[in-house]
Design a protein around this ligand. Structure first.
Ligand code: CU
Ligand code: CU
Length: 392
Protein backbone atom coordinates (compact mmCIF):
# COMPACT_ATOMS: atom_id res chain seq x y z
CA UNK A 1 0.00 0.00 0.00
CA UNK A 2 0.93 3.57 0.06
CA UNK A 3 -1.09 5.55 2.46
CA UNK A 4 0.64 8.86 1.90
CA UNK A 5 0.43 9.74 5.49
CA UNK A 6 3.92 9.05 6.64
CA UNK A 7 2.55 5.70 7.71
CA UNK A 8 5.11 2.98 8.03
CA UNK A 9 4.30 0.37 5.42
CA UNK A 10 3.03 -2.49 7.48
CA UNK A 11 3.90 -6.00 6.52
CA UNK A 12 1.91 -8.30 8.68
CA UNK A 13 3.40 -11.39 10.17
CA UNK A 14 3.56 -14.07 7.55
CA UNK A 15 2.12 -17.31 8.82
CA UNK A 16 5.54 -18.82 8.30
CA UNK A 17 6.93 -16.60 11.02
CA UNK A 18 4.84 -18.52 13.44
CA UNK A 19 5.27 -21.95 11.95
CA UNK A 20 9.03 -21.44 11.88
CA UNK A 21 9.06 -21.69 15.62
CA UNK A 22 7.25 -24.97 15.32
CA UNK A 23 3.68 -26.09 15.38
CA UNK A 24 3.46 -28.59 18.18
CA UNK A 25 0.01 -28.77 19.54
CA UNK A 26 -1.95 -28.19 22.64
CA UNK A 27 -1.19 -26.08 25.62
CA UNK A 28 -2.43 -23.03 27.34
CA UNK A 29 -3.35 -19.60 26.24
CA UNK A 30 -5.22 -17.04 28.28
CA UNK A 31 -5.62 -19.26 31.24
CA UNK A 32 -6.81 -22.54 29.72
CA UNK A 33 -5.42 -25.57 31.48
CA UNK A 34 -3.41 -28.14 29.55
CA UNK A 35 -5.17 -31.11 31.02
CA UNK A 36 -8.56 -29.82 30.04
CA UNK A 37 -7.56 -28.56 26.64
CA UNK A 38 -5.96 -31.67 25.19
CA UNK A 39 -9.01 -33.89 25.21
CA UNK A 40 -11.21 -30.95 24.29
CA UNK A 41 -9.18 -30.06 21.22
CA UNK A 42 -9.00 -33.66 20.09
CA UNK A 43 -12.73 -33.91 20.49
CA UNK A 44 -13.15 -30.64 18.63
CA UNK A 45 -11.23 -31.95 15.64
CA UNK A 46 -13.37 -35.04 15.45
CA UNK A 47 -16.59 -33.16 16.00
CA UNK A 48 -15.70 -30.54 13.45
CA UNK A 49 -15.27 -33.20 10.81
CA UNK A 50 -18.57 -34.76 11.78
CA UNK A 51 -20.28 -31.39 11.67
CA UNK A 52 -18.93 -30.64 8.22
CA UNK A 53 -19.99 -34.02 6.95
CA UNK A 54 -23.43 -33.55 8.42
CA UNK A 55 -23.70 -30.13 6.86
CA UNK A 56 -22.62 -31.42 3.47
CA UNK A 57 -25.27 -34.12 3.61
CA UNK A 58 -27.85 -31.55 4.61
CA UNK A 59 -26.81 -29.31 1.73
CA UNK A 60 -26.88 -32.20 -0.74
CA UNK A 61 -30.38 -32.97 0.41
CA UNK A 62 -31.77 -29.59 -0.50
CA UNK A 63 -30.22 -27.10 1.89
CA UNK A 64 -30.53 -23.38 1.34
CA UNK A 65 -29.18 -22.23 -1.98
CA UNK A 66 -28.99 -18.58 -0.98
CA UNK A 67 -25.23 -18.84 -0.73
CA UNK A 68 -24.75 -21.29 -3.53
CA UNK A 69 -21.97 -19.43 -5.27
CA UNK A 70 -18.72 -21.05 -4.30
CA UNK A 71 -16.44 -18.67 -2.49
CA UNK A 72 -12.88 -19.43 -1.58
CA UNK A 73 -12.23 -18.68 2.04
CA UNK A 74 -15.69 -19.66 3.14
CA UNK A 75 -16.83 -23.01 4.44
CA UNK A 76 -19.78 -23.54 2.13
CA UNK A 77 -20.88 -26.67 3.92
CA UNK A 78 -21.62 -24.59 6.98
CA UNK A 79 -22.94 -21.72 4.90
CA UNK A 80 -25.49 -23.97 3.27
CA UNK A 81 -26.29 -26.15 6.21
CA UNK A 82 -27.42 -25.13 9.63
CA UNK A 83 -24.69 -26.75 11.68
CA UNK A 84 -21.91 -24.63 13.11
CA UNK A 85 -18.60 -26.22 13.92
CA UNK A 86 -17.82 -26.42 17.62
CA UNK A 87 -15.85 -23.66 19.30
CA UNK A 88 -12.13 -23.54 18.74
CA UNK A 89 -11.63 -20.77 21.27
CA UNK A 90 -8.35 -21.02 23.09
CA UNK A 91 -6.67 -23.39 20.64
CA UNK A 92 -2.96 -23.06 21.32
CA UNK A 93 0.20 -25.03 20.66
CA UNK A 94 2.64 -25.84 23.44
CA UNK A 95 4.95 -23.09 22.22
CA UNK A 96 2.21 -20.45 22.14
CA UNK A 97 4.21 -18.20 24.41
CA UNK A 98 7.25 -18.24 22.13
CA UNK A 99 5.04 -17.67 19.09
CA UNK A 100 3.35 -14.72 20.78
CA UNK A 101 6.75 -13.24 21.57
CA UNK A 102 8.01 -13.76 18.00
CA UNK A 103 4.84 -12.31 16.46
CA UNK A 104 5.32 -8.86 14.97
CA UNK A 105 2.52 -6.83 16.47
CA UNK A 106 0.33 -4.73 14.23
CA UNK A 107 1.70 -1.17 14.58
CA UNK A 108 -0.93 0.63 16.63
CA UNK A 109 0.84 3.98 16.99
CA UNK A 110 -1.10 6.68 15.19
CA UNK A 111 0.86 7.32 11.98
CA UNK A 112 1.76 10.83 10.80
CA UNK A 113 -0.97 12.77 9.06
CA UNK A 114 -0.97 12.99 5.27
CA UNK A 115 0.61 16.28 4.13
CA UNK A 116 -0.85 18.55 1.46
CA UNK A 117 -4.41 19.11 0.30
CA UNK A 118 -4.93 15.58 -1.05
CA UNK A 119 -4.38 12.31 0.82
CA UNK A 120 -3.76 9.49 -1.62
CA UNK A 121 -4.79 6.13 -0.26
CA UNK A 122 -3.90 3.08 -2.32
CA UNK A 123 -4.90 -0.36 -1.17
CA UNK A 124 -4.36 -3.74 -2.75
CA UNK A 125 -7.06 -6.29 -2.08
CA UNK A 126 -5.67 -9.78 -1.67
CA UNK A 127 -6.55 -13.14 -0.19
CA UNK A 128 -3.82 -14.31 2.13
CA UNK A 129 -3.19 -16.69 4.99
CA UNK A 130 -2.48 -14.73 8.15
CA UNK A 131 -1.95 -15.56 11.82
CA UNK A 132 -4.77 -14.49 14.13
CA UNK A 133 -3.49 -16.05 17.36
CA UNK A 134 -0.32 -17.93 18.32
CA UNK A 135 -0.18 -20.95 16.02
CA UNK A 136 -3.59 -20.24 14.49
CA UNK A 137 -3.75 -19.46 10.77
CA UNK A 138 -6.68 -18.17 8.78
CA UNK A 139 -7.54 -17.66 5.10
CA UNK A 140 -8.17 -13.94 5.30
CA UNK A 141 -9.47 -11.44 2.75
CA UNK A 142 -7.39 -8.33 3.22
CA UNK A 143 -6.75 -4.69 2.53
CA UNK A 144 -3.01 -4.68 1.77
CA UNK A 145 -2.27 -8.12 3.13
CA UNK A 146 -3.31 -7.58 6.74
CA UNK A 147 -6.38 -7.57 8.92
CA UNK A 148 -7.06 -4.84 9.84
CA UNK A 149 -5.86 -2.87 6.83
CA UNK A 150 -3.50 0.04 7.43
CA UNK A 151 -4.44 2.96 9.66
CA UNK A 152 -5.16 6.02 7.52
CA UNK A 153 -4.63 9.45 9.06
CA UNK A 154 -5.90 12.63 7.41
CA UNK A 155 -7.03 16.14 8.33
CA UNK A 156 -10.52 17.55 8.24
CA UNK A 157 -11.03 19.32 4.91
CA UNK A 158 -8.52 17.19 3.07
CA UNK A 159 -9.57 15.42 -0.08
CA UNK A 160 -9.10 11.68 0.32
CA UNK A 161 -8.41 10.00 -2.99
CA UNK A 162 -8.96 6.28 -2.63
CA UNK A 163 -7.69 3.76 -5.14
CA UNK A 164 -8.26 0.05 -4.70
CA UNK A 165 -6.75 -2.64 -6.86
CA UNK A 166 -8.51 -5.96 -6.65
CA UNK A 167 -5.94 -8.76 -6.81
CA UNK A 168 -8.38 -11.22 -5.26
CA UNK A 169 -10.42 -13.83 -7.14
CA UNK A 170 -13.80 -12.29 -6.30
CA UNK A 171 -15.44 -8.85 -6.21
CA UNK A 172 -14.61 -6.53 -3.32
CA UNK A 173 -15.21 -2.87 -2.49
CA UNK A 174 -14.42 -0.22 0.09
CA UNK A 175 -16.90 1.68 2.24
CA UNK A 176 -15.55 4.61 4.27
CA UNK A 177 -17.79 5.63 7.15
CA UNK A 178 -15.99 9.00 7.04
CA UNK A 179 -17.36 9.70 3.55
CA UNK A 180 -20.51 11.46 2.47
CA UNK A 181 -20.93 9.92 -0.96
CA UNK A 182 -23.47 7.90 -2.90
CA UNK A 183 -22.70 4.31 -1.88
CA UNK A 184 -24.00 2.77 -5.10
CA UNK A 185 -21.31 4.69 -6.97
CA UNK A 186 -18.36 4.95 -4.56
CA UNK A 187 -18.76 1.67 -2.72
CA UNK A 188 -19.48 -0.36 -5.84
CA UNK A 189 -18.05 -3.83 -6.35
CA UNK A 190 -14.73 -3.99 -8.13
CA UNK A 191 -14.15 -7.07 -10.23
CA UNK A 192 -11.02 -9.23 -9.93
CA UNK A 193 -8.05 -7.66 -11.73
CA UNK A 194 -9.68 -4.22 -11.84
CA UNK A 195 -8.82 -0.96 -10.13
CA UNK A 196 -11.22 1.72 -8.98
CA UNK A 197 -10.84 5.23 -7.58
CA UNK A 198 -13.08 7.74 -5.88
CA UNK A 199 -12.57 10.80 -3.75
CA UNK A 200 -14.31 12.21 -0.73
CA UNK A 201 -13.81 15.28 1.39
CA UNK A 202 -12.91 14.42 4.99
CA UNK A 203 -15.53 16.77 6.34
CA UNK A 204 -16.20 15.08 9.66
CA UNK A 205 -13.48 14.80 12.31
CA UNK A 206 -13.11 11.69 14.44
CA UNK A 207 -12.12 8.10 13.91
CA UNK A 208 -14.12 5.97 11.50
CA UNK A 209 -14.33 2.45 10.22
CA UNK A 210 -13.68 1.45 6.65
CA UNK A 211 -14.61 -1.96 5.31
CA UNK A 212 -15.51 -4.01 2.30
CA UNK A 213 -19.20 -3.59 1.55
CA UNK A 214 -19.62 -6.43 -0.89
CA UNK A 215 -22.37 -8.94 -0.16
CA UNK A 216 -22.54 -10.79 2.07
CA UNK A 217 -20.96 -8.03 4.14
CA UNK A 218 -20.99 -10.35 7.15
CA UNK A 219 -18.52 -12.62 5.34
CA UNK A 220 -16.29 -9.84 4.04
CA UNK A 221 -15.89 -8.20 7.45
CA UNK A 222 -15.56 -11.55 9.23
CA UNK A 223 -12.74 -12.42 6.85
CA UNK A 224 -10.76 -9.34 7.84
CA UNK A 225 -11.71 -6.60 5.37
CA UNK A 226 -11.79 -3.61 7.72
CA UNK A 227 -9.65 -0.83 9.12
CA UNK A 228 -9.61 2.64 10.68
CA UNK A 229 -9.29 6.18 9.36
CA UNK A 230 -8.51 9.04 11.75
CA UNK A 231 -9.63 12.51 10.71
CA UNK A 232 -7.98 15.27 12.75
CA UNK A 233 -10.29 18.23 13.48
CA UNK A 234 -9.49 21.58 11.86
CA UNK A 235 -9.83 23.18 15.27
CA UNK A 236 -7.09 21.52 17.36
CA UNK A 237 -8.78 22.56 20.60
CA UNK A 238 -11.49 19.97 19.90
CA UNK A 239 -8.95 17.18 20.36
CA UNK A 240 -6.00 18.47 22.40
CA UNK A 241 -2.58 17.04 21.60
CA UNK A 242 -1.43 14.11 23.74
CA UNK A 243 1.86 12.34 24.33
CA UNK A 244 0.93 8.89 23.11
CA UNK A 245 -1.77 7.84 20.63
CA UNK A 246 -2.76 4.31 19.63
CA UNK A 247 -5.37 2.95 17.26
CA UNK A 248 -7.10 -0.32 17.99
CA UNK A 249 -9.69 -2.10 15.88
CA UNK A 250 -11.77 -4.85 17.38
CA UNK A 251 -12.82 -7.77 15.20
CA UNK A 252 -14.33 -11.22 15.61
CA UNK A 253 -13.14 -14.39 13.89
CA UNK A 254 -15.44 -17.32 13.12
CA UNK A 255 -13.46 -20.46 12.31
CA UNK A 256 -14.49 -23.65 10.53
CA UNK A 257 -11.43 -25.47 11.92
CA UNK A 258 -8.88 -24.94 14.71
CA UNK A 259 -6.38 -23.40 12.26
CA UNK A 260 -3.37 -25.09 13.83
CA UNK A 261 -2.60 -27.72 11.20
CA UNK A 262 -4.13 -26.12 8.14
CA UNK A 263 -5.48 -22.58 7.89
CA UNK A 264 -9.06 -22.13 9.01
CA UNK A 265 -11.68 -20.35 6.91
CA UNK A 266 -14.95 -18.67 7.71
CA UNK A 267 -17.80 -20.59 9.33
CA UNK A 268 -20.78 -18.59 8.14
CA UNK A 269 -23.16 -20.30 10.55
CA UNK A 270 -21.04 -19.20 13.51
CA UNK A 271 -20.91 -15.70 12.07
CA UNK A 272 -24.71 -15.59 11.84
CA UNK A 273 -25.07 -17.01 15.32
CA UNK A 274 -22.47 -14.53 16.64
CA UNK A 275 -20.36 -17.22 18.29
CA UNK A 276 -16.77 -16.27 17.46
CA UNK A 277 -13.70 -18.32 18.28
CA UNK A 278 -11.45 -15.30 18.63
CA UNK A 279 -12.00 -11.63 19.31
CA UNK A 280 -8.96 -9.50 18.61
CA UNK A 281 -7.47 -6.04 18.92
CA UNK A 282 -5.91 -5.33 15.51
CA UNK A 283 -6.39 -8.85 14.22
CA UNK A 284 -4.29 -11.02 16.54
CA UNK A 285 -5.32 -12.38 19.93
CA UNK A 286 -3.56 -10.82 22.88
CA UNK A 287 -0.73 -9.33 20.83
CA UNK A 288 -0.39 -6.25 23.03
CA UNK A 289 -0.04 -8.37 26.14
CA UNK A 290 3.31 -9.57 24.79
CA UNK A 291 4.02 -6.28 23.04
CA UNK A 292 2.44 -3.62 25.26
CA UNK A 293 1.72 -0.02 24.39
CA UNK A 294 4.13 2.34 26.14
CA UNK A 295 3.38 5.49 28.13
CA UNK A 296 5.20 7.72 30.57
CA UNK A 297 3.86 8.33 34.08
CA UNK A 298 1.79 11.50 34.18
CA UNK A 299 1.48 11.70 30.40
CA UNK A 300 -1.77 11.32 28.54
CA UNK A 301 -2.40 8.33 26.30
CA UNK A 302 -5.13 8.40 23.68
CA UNK A 303 -6.92 5.31 22.41
CA UNK A 304 -8.69 5.59 19.08
CA UNK A 305 -11.02 2.60 19.17
CA UNK A 306 -12.96 1.26 16.20
CA UNK A 307 -15.25 -1.72 16.52
CA UNK A 308 -15.27 -3.50 13.18
CA UNK A 309 -17.59 -6.20 14.49
CA UNK A 310 -19.01 -7.62 12.41
CA UNK A 311 -21.47 -8.09 15.27
CA UNK A 312 -20.09 -7.51 18.78
CA UNK A 313 -19.90 -4.20 20.59
CA UNK A 314 -16.78 -3.24 22.53
CA UNK A 315 -17.17 -2.07 26.12
CA UNK A 316 -13.90 -0.20 26.39
CA UNK A 317 -12.28 -0.11 29.79
CA UNK A 318 -8.77 0.46 31.09
CA UNK A 319 -8.11 -1.51 34.25
CA UNK A 320 -6.63 0.56 37.07
CA UNK A 321 -7.76 3.97 35.91
CA UNK A 322 -10.73 5.97 34.72
CA UNK A 323 -11.28 7.38 31.24
CA UNK A 324 -10.20 10.96 31.79
CA UNK A 325 -11.85 12.19 28.61
CA UNK A 326 -14.17 10.11 26.47
CA UNK A 327 -15.45 11.15 23.09
CA UNK A 328 -18.11 8.48 23.06
CA UNK A 329 -19.07 7.52 19.51
CA UNK A 330 -15.84 9.12 18.31
CA UNK A 331 -17.55 12.46 18.11
CA UNK A 332 -15.04 15.28 18.58
CA UNK A 333 -17.40 18.06 17.59
CA UNK A 334 -19.12 17.90 20.98
CA UNK A 335 -17.20 18.11 24.26
CA UNK A 336 -16.00 14.84 25.76
CA UNK A 337 -17.42 13.14 28.81
CA UNK A 338 -15.14 12.96 31.82
CA UNK A 339 -14.31 10.40 34.45
CA UNK A 340 -16.18 7.39 33.15
CA UNK A 341 -15.29 3.77 33.74
CA UNK A 342 -16.46 1.99 30.60
CA UNK A 343 -17.68 3.27 27.24
CA UNK A 344 -19.52 1.30 24.62
CA UNK A 345 -18.19 1.32 21.10
CA UNK A 346 -20.87 -0.08 18.81
CA UNK A 347 -20.15 -2.41 15.93
CA UNK A 348 -19.41 -0.11 13.02
CA UNK A 349 -18.67 2.76 15.41
CA UNK A 350 -15.82 4.27 17.36
CA UNK A 351 -14.68 6.11 20.47
CA UNK A 352 -11.71 8.24 21.48
CA UNK A 353 -10.50 7.81 25.04
CA UNK A 354 -7.78 9.61 26.98
CA UNK A 355 -6.16 8.28 30.14
CA UNK A 356 -3.58 10.02 32.28
CA UNK A 357 -1.84 7.58 34.59
CA UNK A 358 0.57 8.76 37.27
CA UNK A 359 1.65 5.48 38.81
CA UNK A 360 4.02 3.19 36.88
CA UNK A 361 2.56 -0.24 36.20
CA UNK A 362 0.83 -2.54 33.73
CA UNK A 363 -2.69 -1.40 32.89
CA UNK A 364 -4.80 -3.83 30.82
CA UNK A 365 -7.18 -2.38 28.25
CA UNK A 366 -10.13 -4.62 27.59
CA UNK A 367 -13.67 -4.86 26.46
CA UNK A 368 -15.50 -5.38 29.71
CA UNK A 369 -17.64 -7.92 27.92
CA UNK A 370 -15.33 -10.59 29.28
CA UNK A 371 -16.21 -13.40 26.93
CA UNK A 372 -14.34 -11.32 24.35
CA UNK A 373 -11.34 -10.95 26.66
CA UNK A 374 -11.23 -14.70 27.03
CA UNK A 375 -11.17 -14.94 23.22
CA UNK A 376 -8.28 -12.50 22.88
CA UNK A 377 -9.48 -8.89 23.19
CA UNK A 378 -6.98 -7.68 25.76
CA UNK A 379 -3.80 -5.63 25.70
CA UNK A 380 -1.49 -3.87 28.12
CA UNK A 381 -0.47 -0.27 28.58
CA UNK A 382 2.96 -0.26 30.18
CA UNK A 383 3.33 2.98 32.12
CA UNK A 384 6.90 3.74 33.06
CA UNK A 385 8.56 0.81 31.30
CA UNK A 386 8.03 -1.59 34.17
CA UNK A 387 9.07 -5.24 33.95
CA UNK A 388 6.81 -8.28 33.92
CA UNK A 389 3.46 -9.03 32.38
CA UNK A 390 -0.10 -9.73 33.37
CA UNK A 391 -3.43 -10.42 31.82
CA UNK A 392 -6.81 -9.71 33.21
CU1 CU B 1 -14.64 -7.90 0.22
CU1 CU C 1 -20.31 0.12 7.31
Amino acid sequence: MSVHAGAQPYRPTAPDDDSRTGLKLFAIFLGLAVGVLIPVVIWMGASAQDARNDARHAAANGGSSAMATSMPGMDMSSAQGAVATPSFAGTAPTNADALATAHRAYPAELPAVAPGPVANVRLELTHRVISIAPGVRYEAWTFDGGAPGPVIHVRQGQLVRVTIKNDAPMPHSIDFHAARVAPNVAFADVMPGKSFSYSFRASDPGVFMYHCGTKPVLAHISNGMYGAIVVDPKDPSLLPPVHHAYVIVSGEWYLNAPGDKVPAALDMVKAREMTPDWVTWNGYAGQYVKHPFAAHPGHTTRFYVVDAGPSFDTDFHVVGTVLQRAWVNGDVVDPPQHGIQTATVPAGGSGIFDVTIAKPGLYPFVTHSFASVDMGAVGLLNVGDVAGTMSH
